[in-house]
Design a protein around this ligand. Structure first.
Ligand code: C2O
Ligand code: CU
Length: 422
């Protein structure tokens, strides 16, 4: 199989023929419509529900503040690292920004040291639910709280943003353990934007009324139907759930009813998620994807496996891509404009939420069964053990892009590579 002809890459090396990451920036001039400063700190802080956590904050809280932009806005974020000793960055998870704005330490920029700052500028091109997080020692900094939500869409009266995160063994919605409440009048069309910032997949859904899955990973679902089911939300992924608030209210459930958010008037009833699962392979109705995946310029195989090796000097198991662990994995090389097809298979013994930076890919098939529902666009795709997915995308965003497992300790254990434009 052709899986990228480049030599093994040194993590520090990021020169491309004829261009460099540093040239691939957002607009350098122009007054931003959204202009925010985000300050990262290492500190003890209190969750919304009162527990004390020793971790990381953005502007004094975790999750950090919601950034809101509208399509077409120029977004400017001045990031200040006040006290994160390993350095920090901000990566705009799911937003296909120009490469130099992607916030990957060691690839698109150096980590911002304590006392330093970095300005990110990009156009908000595509409506949707996204999040930002540090991309330096991510398995520690994200887990500790250095993240927040970003929504590209005007605020609607029925909007609820729900970031699910586990701090120090305490699973929360918007930094609150247990059950919370959002007051919305009955009859409101609610759009619940759920973000899984954890390392593992989580079943989420609304109970109390049927709902529609209207967007996944910041891309609209075509022809969504009302379901009474749960949605399997991969680590790093987002889903937007829509429902009209019933008279008795409804409830967002994350895993079990022990972690939930009542939405509506009064105190919506408790309950567990149904056993059924929404499967995006067949959900919604087919629609054009804008390119022909059958005419691929590149066909890559991406085989996820595992082999013994040494981890921090101790014998252990490394995750591998095509038999190699990062940084010895050959990069996937593309040219601008290529239609790229990728067959991702996993025989590693565990599931992996695979995240490609800078691009959205459409799912073509799972385990040989073709997708028949709405175009299923992803930036983060859960690939279960013994599963095979075929995906396709257009290489339309030049640069050097990470492609890695969003169970973040797995990324530091080798499950990480790059997509590079030649
Ligand atoms: Cu959300 Cu490379 O990460
Ligand atoms: Cu993994």
């Amino acid at each position: 199989a052709d899986y990228g002809g480049g030599p093994a890459m040194n993590h520090e090396h990021h020169a491309m023929s004829g261009m460099s990451v540093a040239d691939l920036t957002g607009p350098k001039t122009g007054t931003p419509e959204v202009d925010v400063t985000l300050v990262a700190r290492k500190q003890k802080f209190q969750l919304a529900s009162g527990e004390t956590i020793d971790g990381y904050t953005v502007n004094g809280t975790s999750p950090g503040p919601l950034i809101r932009a509208r399509v077409g806005d120029l977004v400017q974020v001045t990031f200040v690292n006040e006290s994160v000793k390993d350095g920090a960055t901000l990566h705009w998870h799911g937003i296909d920004v120009p490469n130099a704005e992607d916030g990957v330490a060691g690839v698109t920029q150096d980590a911002v040291p304590m006392g330093g700052k970095h300005v990110y500028r990009f156009k908000a091109a595509q409506a949707g639910t996204y999040w930002y997080h540090s991309h330096q020692v991510s398995s520690d900094e994200v887990k500790g709280g250095l993240f927040g939500p970003i929504v590209i869409a005007p605020q609607s009266p029925g909007e609820v943003v729900a970031a699910i995160h586990t701090y120090d063994g305490k699973r929360t919605i918007n930094g609150r353990t247990g059950t919370g409440q959002v007051e919305l009048p009955a009859g409101t069309t609610a759009r619940v934007r759920v973000i899984n910032t954890d390392n593992a997949i989580l079943r989420v859904g609304l109970i109390g009324t049927p709902y529609k899955v209207v967007a996944v990973d910041g891309r609209d679902v075509h022809g969504p139907t009302a379901v009474t089911a749960a949605f399997p939300l991969a680590a790093g992924a987002r889903v937007d759930l829509e429902a009209v608030v019933p008279a008795g209210g409804m409830r967002l459930v994350a895993g079990t009813s022990a972690l939930s958010l009542g939405i509506g008037p009064g105190d919506p009833p408790q309950g567990e998620l149904p056993g059924e699962t929404v499967d995006l392979l067949t959900y919604g109705t087919a629609a054009p994807v804008g390119f022909d995946p059958a005419k691929a310029d590149r066909n890559f195989e991406y085989r996820i496996g595992r082999r013994p090796g040494f981890l921090d000097g101790m014998p252990g198991l490394w995750w591998t891509i095509n038999g190699h662990k990062f940084p010895d994995v050959p990069m996937f090389m593309v040219a601008e404009g290529d239609v790229v097809r990728m067959k991702i298979s996993n025989t590693s013994g565990q599931a992996h939420p695979m995240h490609l930076h800078g691009h959205h890919a459409v799912v073509l098939s799972r385990n040989g069964v073709a997708a028949t529902g709405s175009p299923w666009w992803v930036d983060t795709l859960e690939v279960g053990n013994k599963e095979t997915y075929e995906i396709a995308f257009v290489a339309d965003n030049p640069g050097l892009w990470m492609d890695h497992c969003h169970n973040l300790p797995h990324a530091s254990e080798g499950l990480m590579t790059h997509l590079m434009y030649e």
